[in-house]
Design a protein around this ligand. Structure first.
Ligand SMILES: Cc1cc2nc3c(=O)[nH]c(=O)nc-3n(C[C@H](O)[C@H](O)[C@H](O)COP(=O)(O)O)c2cc1C
Length: 389
C-alpha cells in the first residue's frame, strides 16, 4: 500500500509526524545524512590558507544554539577580526536576552583562538570593544569581541579535536560510568576560562534532573511562541537543508515527502493530551540516557561571563571528544521566558545555586555514545564576512 492510500491518522502513526521530528534530529549514523555541500565546512582546511580565513574556517564549527550561527566577521581592520552578533540570527522567544547566542559567540572566539595558536599566533581578545549590551537587551548588531593578532603562541592540543567534535543527540550508554579523572578534566578546561564547572553523577539527583529536563522540554514545545520559533527553523529534507545550512536539520526522504504532501505540518503545536505530544515526549527518551550531567555557572549573569561560558563549554566539549565522550546541552530549563520560571529555579537549586544570585550558563548530559554521529550543516565562510549592508 502506498502512503497516499493509507488513512491520514494511520500513516502518521506508522512513520511519526508533527513534533516527533522536532524532538529527534536524526538517528546516529556513520556517514553523513546531510547533502555534501551543507557539511563541506567539516573538511580539512589547507594549512597555508590566509590566517584570518583559517581562523574563521575553524571558528564557524563552534556549537551554537539551534545552529543559528549568529556570526558576522568584520575584517576591515588589518590584523584583526571583529566578531559581531548577527541581528538576523537571534532567538527572541527561547533566548529573550541573547544569553545563549552570546555563549555561541564565545565558543566561536575560542575556536578562532585555538586555530590562530596552531599557526603560532596569539590572539588578544577584547570583549565588547564598543560596550556591553544591557542585561535585558538583545545583542544583535553588537561587536562581541575584537580579536587582535599578535606574535607568539604555543599550540593547544585541543585544536586537533575541532573537526571531530559534534553535539551527539542520540542514545548514550547509561550503564557506563565516566571516570572521576575525566569529569575533573572537563571541569579543568572550563576553569581555564574562569568559569565554575561541575558534574552530577549520583543516582537520586540524576533522576531528579531527568524529570526536570523532561518537564522543561514539555513546556517549551507546548508553549505556542517558543515551539513555533523552533518550527520556523526546521529544515526538512535535502533541498531545505542545502539552501539554509543552519537551524534544526531534519534529513531523510520520509519527512520531506510527508511535508510535501501535507502529512507533516511542522507548525502544528503539540497540544496537551494529543498523540502528537505523546510522540514528541517519547522521542525525548534518548535525552535521558548518559552517565551524568555537566554544568557551567557564573556569579550573576554578566555579558562577559556568558561569552566566557561559551569559551569554557567548547573547551570542555573538545576535551570530552579527546576522551571518547559525548556532550549534549539540554538548555530548556535555563531559558528565561516566563513559563519556564519553575524549572529554571528548580534546576538552579538542584545544582546548589541561588537563582537570584548565580546563573547556570550551560547544562548538558555526558556519556559514551552507542553509535557515531555526523557533523551538522554550516553556512559557507563567505556568508559570515561582513559588515552586513
Ligand atoms: C548555548 C547553547 C545551547 C544549546 N542548547 C541545546 C539544547 O537545548 N538542545 C540541543 O539538542 N542542543 C543544544 N545545543 C547544541 C546545538 O544544537 C549544536 O551546537 C548545533 O546544532 C551545532 O551542532 P554541533 O555542535 O554538532 O556542531 C546548544 C548549544 C549551545 C552553544
Amino acid at each position: 500500500m502506498t502512503p497516499h492510500l493509507l488513512p491520514r491518522r494511520r500513516f502518521i502513526a506508522l512513520v511519526g509526524g508533527g513534533a516527533v521530528f522536532a524532538a529527534a534530529p536524526l538517528a546516529g549514523c556513520s556517514s553523513s545524512p546531510y547533502p555534501a555541500a551543507a557539511v563541506g565546512a567539516w573538511e580539512p582546511v589547507a594549512p597555508d590558507t590566509d590566517l584570518r580565513r583559517w581562523m574563521l574556517a575553524h571558528a564557524l564549527l563552534a556549537p551554537n544554539p539551534h545552529n543559528r550561527q549568529p556570526w558576522v566577521a568584520d575584517l576591515r581592520r588589518d590584523g584583526e577580526i571583529t566578531l559581531v552578533c548577527d541581528a538576523a540570527r537571534l532567538l527572541p522567544e527561547t533566548d529573550p536576552f541573547g544569553r545563549q547566542v552570546l555563549i555561541g559567540c564565545g565558543a566561536f572566539v575560542e575556536l578562532a583562538v585555538l586555530a590562530a595558536a596552531e599557526r603560532g599566533v596569539r590572539v588578544d581578545v577584547q570583549a565588547f570593544p564598543d560596550g556591553e549590551p544591557g542585561a535585558r537587551e538583545l545583542p544583535g548588531g553588537r561587536a562581541v569581541a575584537r580579536l587582535v593578532l599578535k606574535a607568539g603562541a604555543a599550540r593547544d592540543p585541543l585544536f586537533a579535536q575541532i573537526r571531530r567534535r559534534h553535539t551527539h543527540k542520540g542514545e548514550y550508554d547509561s550503564a557506563r560510568a565516566v571516570a572521576a579523572a575525566d569529569w575533573a578534566a572537563l571541569a579543568a578546561c572550563a576553569g581555564e576560562r574562569g568559569v565554575q564547572a561541575g558534574a552530577v553523577t549520583d543516582a537520586p539527583r540524576v533522576a531528579e534532573l531527568r524529570a526536570l529536563t523532561r518537564e522543561a522540554y514539555r513546556i517549551e514545545i507546548t508553549t505556542d511562541r517558543t515551539y513555533l520559533e523552533s518550527a520556523h527553523l526546521m529544515r526538512v529534507g535535502a533541498s531545505e537543508i542545502e539552501r539554509h545550512r543552519d537551524g534544526i536539520s531534519i534529513p531523510g526522504a520520509m519527512p520531506a515527502l510527508m511535508s510535501a504532501i501535507g502529512l507533516f505540518d511542522r507548525f502544528e503545536v503539540p497540544r496537551a493530551g494529543s498523540a502528537n505530544l505523546q510522540r514528541a515526549m517519547d522521542r525525548w527518551a534518548p535525552f535521558e540516557t548518559g552517565s551524568g550531567y555537566f554544568w557551567l555557572a557564573s556569579r550573576g549573569n554578566g555579558r562577559r561571563a556568558q561569552v566566557d561560558s561559551g569559551r569554557a563549554w567548547v573547551r570542555a566539549h573538545l576535551q570530552a571528544t579527546a576522551l571518547g565522550l559525548e556532550m549534549h546541552p539540554l538548555s530548556q530549563a535555563l531559558q528565561e521566558f516566563a513559563e519556564m520560571r519553575g524549572p529554571y529555579e528548580a534546576l538552579h537549586r538542584v545544582l546548589g545555586f541561588d537563582p537570584a544570585a548565580d546563573t547556570v550558563q550551560m547544562f548538558g548530559r555526558v556519556g559514551h555514545a552507542k553509535a557515531p554521529w555526523a557533523g551538522t550543516p554550516r553556512r559557507p565562510l563567505d556568508d559570515l564576512v561582513g559588515p552586513r549592508a
